[in-house]
Write a protein that binds this ligand. Structure first.
Ligand code: NAI
Ligand code: MG
Length: 500
């Protein structure tokens, strides 16, 4: 018998949180949208409204940017020591951990992901990201520079916070992404206007309460819930914002880039992917098959680095693909709140239509469905995990990011690594890739040939805050996480002192 996964008192907490419309967090004060508007928050497992949030728009964004500017210039934050900022981030990590169950339940109700996964993401993912970035607060800085101009000089660089940062977050891992965005910005002394996705605002709103409780000065983090076309666009266009950090779709990323030209904002973009998984015949096929299946079905395929194009050497193609199909069939679909659920719904009705539309287009172009291929019975937005074969490199299902549990599998006969790399690189995207072989020379040589920001060899890999994450080609600009992901929130200033 399964123990009840979610205790009643926890459900009661979530119910209390969602009882009245949630507000915007601006300048340390909770407030409704200036327009008075709210929008509905939907539980994708039940296709029902269970909460409401303020629909912020340009006027609210303006107020939030002003509050962020004021906080940036106030001595309490502007003159804050790195050690103090580190302590605040560590405090926030502890508060998140202490509220881990509640945050995870909000996330599961809002996004649909299995509770076990949201629990791991909030505690291990978000809290550890804060702790990692807290370390950078006291470690990042400028350096002395040796210059060759005749004379006697003291030259050095200063690393300064870039200023007011607008951060736009998607709905696939709402909480951990919001936290991973604010963490490096706050570590170096920026202030933030954070806009969660309209599909999944709740855990980010709860984050605002924890930020206040941790003791961050008012206005250091402002949270404006609302739609991309209104709140998001206004944030991107705002002349008072110094940098935009965005995670989401490639078309919106391109639009943001154009909008940022107005005041030449700094921009970093973490966009879509169509990541290859390459399995050689000498690979450990059990783990490779497990990871190939998990890589595309985890979070119902709503993962930017999901391995959505599977290339298997023809000698082991049938064996691997049959294994993936068997694993797909064994997955139990259901609400994320049920302890037996492996696969939750996709996030919205729109996403359900997108994903099934892609599957239909693949079939119309000649792909064959080995398993899945359709929506599963509702009322929630469920899609059966799907494996397609007989796909070609020209099909939309192979070229475009589906962001659902849909794998396109094909075989290769080549032993020439350049040819294999060409298959893997035959995409506009370049976010991640996964290689399975016991031949370490093949693995490393292929890793160099693949145009992707993350290459994983014989492992599912993981999103560790120490590892830079981001894309080649149309998968993005810049990197998040690691030293690079912290430095992107700074400006470099050269200072030269003539000593003679
Ligand atoms: P989206 O890119 O429209 O939304 C992501 C975030 O951007 C949300 O917070 C949204 O409110 C905001 N946004 C939307 N339009 C904006 C604009 N004009 N200006 C400023 N902000 C804006 O993604 P959407 O429509 O939710 O999903 C569509 C597809 O995008 C998915 O099927 C998937 O392929 C891709 N996607 C990729 C993600 C990734 O992690 N790389 C995350 C989410 C979506
Ligand atoms: Mg959109």
């Amino acid at each position: 018998m399964n123990a009840q996964l979610i205790p009643d008192e926890l459900r009661e907490k979530a119910r209390a949180f969602t009882q009245s419309p949630r507000e915007l967090f601006i300048g340390g004060r909770w407030q409704p949208a200036r327009s008075g508007k709210t929008f509905e928050v939907i539980d994708p497992a039940r296709a029902s409204v269970f909460a409401a949030a303020a629909a912020g728009d340009a006027a609210d964004i303006d107020a939030a940017v002003l509050a962020a500017r004021k906080a940036f210039e106030a001595p309490s934050w502007g003159m804050s020591t790195p050690a103090w900022r580190a302590r605040l981030l560590l405090k926030l990590a502890d508060l998140i951990e202490a509220s881990g169950d509640e945050l995870a339940l909000l996330e599961t109700l809002d996004n649909g992901m299995p509770y076990r996964m949201s629990r791991m993401m909030t505690a291990m993912g978000a809290a550890e990201s804060l702790r990692y970035h807290a370390g950078w607060a006291t470690k990042i800085g400028g350096e002395t520079v040796s210059i060759s101009v005749p004379g006697e000089w003291h030259a050095y660089t200063l690393r300064e916070p870039v200023g007011v940062v607008g951060q736009i977050v998607p709905w696939n891992f709402p909480f951990v992404m919001a936290v991973s965005k604010i963490a490096p910005a706050l570590a170096v002394g920026c202030t933030v206007v954070l806009k969660p996705a309209e599909q999944t605002p709740l855990s980010t709103i709860r984050l605002g309460e924890l930020i206040a409780a941790a003791g961050f000065p008012d206005g250091v983090v402002n949270i404006v819930t609302g739609f991309g076309e209104t709140a998001g666009r206004a944030l991107v266009a705002h002349p008072g914002v110094d940098k935009i950090a965005f995670t989401g779709s490639t078309p919106v990323g391109k639009e943001i880039l154009k909008a940022c030209a107005g005041n030449l904002k700094r921009v970093t973009l973490e966009l879509g992917g169509k990541s290859p998984v390459i399995i050689f015949p000498d690979a450990a096929l059990g783990p490779a098959t497990d990871v190939a299946a998990r890589g595309i079905f985890m979070n119902t395929g709503q993962v930017c680095a999901a391995g959505s194009r599977l290339f298997v050497h023809e000698r082991v193609f049938d064996q691997v693909v049959e294994g993936v199909v068997a694993r797909a069939r064994a997955l139990k679909l259901g609400p994320g709140t049920e302890p037996t659920t492996d696969l939750g719904p996709v996030v919205s009705e729109e996403q359900l239509r997108r994903v099934t539309g892609y599957i239909d287009s693949g079939v119309a172009e000649g792909a064959r469905v080995l398993t899945g291929g359709v929506a599963a019975p509702g009322p929630g937005y469920f899609v059966e995990p799907t494996v397609l074969v007989n796909t070609t490199a020209q099909m939309r299902v192979v070229r475009e990011e589906i962001f659902g549990p849909v794998l396109c599998a094909s075989s290769f006969a080549d032993t020439d690594l350049d040819a294999i790399a060409r298959l893997a690189n035959d995409t506009e995207y370049g976010l991640a890739a996964s290689i399975w072989t016991r031949d370490i020379s093949v693995a490393h040589r292929l890793a160099r040939r693949i145009k992707a920001g993350s290459v994983r060899i014989n492992t599912p890999g993981s999103v560790d805050p120490a590892l830079p994450l981001g894309g080649y080609k149309q998968s993005g600009w810049g990197r998040e996480h690691g030293r690079e992901g912290t430095e992107i929130y700074t400006e470099i200033k050269s200072v030269t002192v003539g000593l003679a």
